[in-house]
Design a protein around this ligand. Structure first.
Ligand code: ADE
Ligand code: ZN
Length: 344
């Protein structure tokens, strides 16, 4: 039997898979695959409350952000030593290389680990070692963004910043994540002011489940340079106009949004509307081990489910490379390669 030729969408997805890309919204704890979580748990004598990796995967039936976070923090509790943090980051970075990621700005949640008595040094030491190794062995440029948990207090975040002080040189920036409901950005105004004075870049999750006002507050109260998710901006026309005018990047994660029930299916996702509005959108994986795919899979499924043109796909990739916190001279060769691949 003759197989039918690949569709236009599938050819476009293949092209995107080969293109250089920047991963700007990935939580390292969210890259921990069930098999590795069980292996690390065994060596640390920490039992996860599931019988097997398969049973854990079965539990990935989320109803909203909080239902995911409950499992995500439990899985992350196996991470204890420098070696653990190295291993999870190294596994992620090897996969990222296969997806043609050339720049990865990786989130980590130190508070999740410090509260269990894990030393800051083990967390940042392991992650930094994997990043240096990736630069050397995989040719990926990578850096760390330290996220604060917004369900905790500003005082606790400030204490975490104090503990991070000796490692300032290993941090690219700070972010804000965890449960958005009831935790507006204003809660962390002083913290982010201090981080900015330290010369750290700032990003924040906003408008994922929370209202568009949280996006405005992330910009005004926190000075966020990029908004993670930001999809609910579409509910406020004035905000959309501002985001377009100020060229604020939105790091959008369609597979995450579907798994966390922000949209019923991928075909319902607002990505085409975000692009049509002229917003500076790029696509990312968020927590790939939990949401069904790394960055190439995110692009592939989005292209297959949504009416995205070649020029949309090119724009998404270009936006990602241009929104990374790296020198324009570092981005330039990758942008050139991207344009050449797309014939621009
Ligand atoms: N931490 C990990 N993934 C997250 C998400 N999608 N939103 C908020 N906090 C997170
Ligand atoms: Zn996220």
């Amino acid at each position: 039997m003759q197989s039918s030729p690949p569709s236009h969408a599938s050819r476009l997805a293949d092209l995107v898979a080969r293109a250089p890309k920047a991963e700007l919204h990935v939580h390292i704890e969210g890259t921990l695959q069930p098999e590795l979580a069980f292996e690390i748990g065994r060596r640390n004598r920490i039992a996860l409350p599931w019988e097997s990796p398969e049973a854990l995967r079965q539990a990935y039936a989320f109803t909203d952000l909080q239902s995911f976070l409950d499992i995500y923090y439990t899985v992350a509790s196996v991470l204890c030593t420098e070696e653990d943090f190295h291993d999870v980051a190294w596994a992620y970075l090897q996969g990222a290389r296969d997806d043609n990621v050339v720049r990865a700005e990786i989130f980590f949640d130190p508070q999740t680990h410090l509260v269990r008595g894990v030393p800051f040094e083990a967390v940042i030491g392991g992650l930094s070692r994997a990043i240096c190794r990736a630069e050397r062995e995989l040719g990926i440029s990578a850096a760390l963004i330290m996220c604060f948990l917004r369900h905790l207090s500003e005082r606790e975040a400030l204490e975490t910043l104090e503990r991070a002080a000796p490692y300032r040189g290993q941090l690219l920036g700070v972010g804000l994540d965890s449960g958005e409901r009831g935790n507006p950005p204003e809660k962390f105004r002083d913290l982010f002011a201090r981080c900015r004075r330290l010369g750290l870049h700032s990003v924040a999750h906003a408008g994922e489940e929370g209202p568009p006002e949280f996006i405005t507050a992330a910009l005004d109260a926190l000075g966020a340079e990029r908004i993670d998710h930001g999809i609910r901006c579409l509910e406020d026309r004035g905000l959309v106009a501002r985001l377009v005018r100020e060229r604020i990047p939105l790091t959008v994660c369609p597979l995450s949004n579907v798994r966390l029930r922000v949209f019923e299916t991928l075909a319902d996702h607002c990505l085409p509307r975000l692009l049509a509005a002229g917003l500076r959108v790029s696509l990312h994986s968020d927590d790939p081990a939990f949401f069904g795919g790394a960055i190439n899979e995110v692009h592939r499924q989005s292209i297959m489910a949504l009416p995205l043109s070649e020029s949309d796909a090119h724009r998404l990739l270009r936006n990602g490379l241009e929104s990374a916190f790296w020198e324009p001279t570092a981005a330039a060769p990758h942008l050139e390669r991207l344009d050449a691949l797309f014939g621009f």
